[in-house]
Design a protein around this ligand. Structure first.
Ligand code: BMA
Length: 339
């Protein structure tokens, strides 16, 4: 067994529960799941697929809120313990670089990543089809929209939490304008968050049935001394529809389009009522983690059945050992990913 360390900040108040006695899985669910229930706000019927981050000794998050007209937008939430959330009842109002109001027709599956002193929100929005939207903030009061990084169609963009070789790096998943029946994870780089290029294939759907239809980025990569640890989603098509599970892999630190290790098993799949039953059944969809470098604890935030938010726990050592015990790279995973 080789030791692994998170390279990041300490977070003494990370939400946590010890692994239940007898649990054999590398990841275990919070006993009080789901932490966000239906009808969290008068005009929002469901919050799910949302991202949180530590902020000023507490926590702040961007939440996918389904309005009563069925259209998703992004809402801000605050918490002292990362479990009980108070939401701003009004969706986030963005402005463009000229200070003019900007509101995408819809916005969903937000991620929230701090790079340097700036917090970036990345989401899926309409721009003549689904593609990626980005905004930046330093104070969570004003949110300045940056031009869309990619052409349609694209979803599941996830920013790395620091520049690599001088560039911002973003994972994304090119798609179609429907319930895409394919999809691999790609990576793009930018010197300035405006112009993106150096596109690379990172990893594809695999022969493992749980991720045989498509995969997509989940939480922002966690930097470790063994590479970037990613929690992503993998989808299988069944005779009863799509099933979304959570997978894990480790990407090379300096060349993250190379996959170093990839777990052939999912680490979480719909099993509990709040994952199997809801607006879209059988969905576990990770969008964020909180981590504590001191203890190696990881709290995974994931959307459940397009209806709730839940948390699951692991440690960096436990998940690393599990990946190594079930390590199975797919053809091309260890390549740079250019054709
Ligand atoms: C995907 C995204 C997610 C959603 C999932 C299951 O295409 O739209 O927001 O959780 O489908 O419905």
């Amino acid at each position: 067994m080789s030791n692994i360390k998170i390279l990041g900040e300490c977070l003494k108040n990370i939400p946590w529960e010890d692994k239940p006695a007898g649990c054999k899985a590398p990841v275990w669910r919070f006993s009080q799941n789901p932490i966000i229930n239906r009808n969290p706000l008068p005009d929002v019927t469901r919050i799910f697929n949302s991202a949180v981050i530590s902020h000023n000794g507490g926590f702040i998050g961007v939440f996918r809120g389904e309005q009563r007209n069925g259209i998703p937008h992004i809402y801000l939430g605050m918490s002292n313990n990362a479990l009980d959330w108070q939401f701003d009842p009004k969706k986030i109002q963005f402005t463009d670089k000229n200070g003019e109001p900007f509101m995408p027709p819809y916005a969903y599956d937000p991620r929230l990543v701090k790079v340097g002193d700036i917090y970036y929100i990345i989401w899926c929005q309409d721009s003549f089809g689904p593609t990626i939207g980005i905004a930046e903030t330093t104070d969570f009061r004003t949110f300045t929209r940056i031009d869309n990084p990619f052409l349609p169609y694209n979803r599941n963009a996830v920013l790395f939490p620091r520049k690599i070789n001088g560039n911002y790096v973003m994972l994304s998943r090119p798609c179609d304008d429907g319930h895409t029946a394919f999809g691999d994870i790609f990576l793009s780089e930018s010197p300035d968050m405006e112009f993106w290029g150096h596109h690379r294939h990172v990893m594809g759907r695999s022969g493992n049935w749980w991720e045989s239809l498509k995969i997509g980025g989940g939480a922002a990569p966690i930097e470790t001394d063994k590479g970037w640890l990613i929690f992503y989603h993998g989808v299988v098509n069944t005779c009863n529809g799509y099933v979304y599970s959570i997978g894990v892999a480790i990407l090379d630190t300096d060349e993250p389009s190379r996959v170093l290790h990839r777990c052939e098993n999912y680490i979480l799949t719909p099993e509990e009522w709040y994952e199997e039953r809801g607006f879209v059944p059988n969905v576990c969809f990770p969008c964020a983690t909180l981590t504590d470098a001191d203890t190696g604890r990881i709290a995974i935030y994931y959307g459940c059945a397009d209806s709730y938010v839940s948390i699951a726990f692991t440690t960096v050592q436990e998940i690393y050992d599990y990946i190594l015990a079930h390590d199975k790279l797919q053809p091309g995973d260890d390549a740079v990913g250019v054709r």
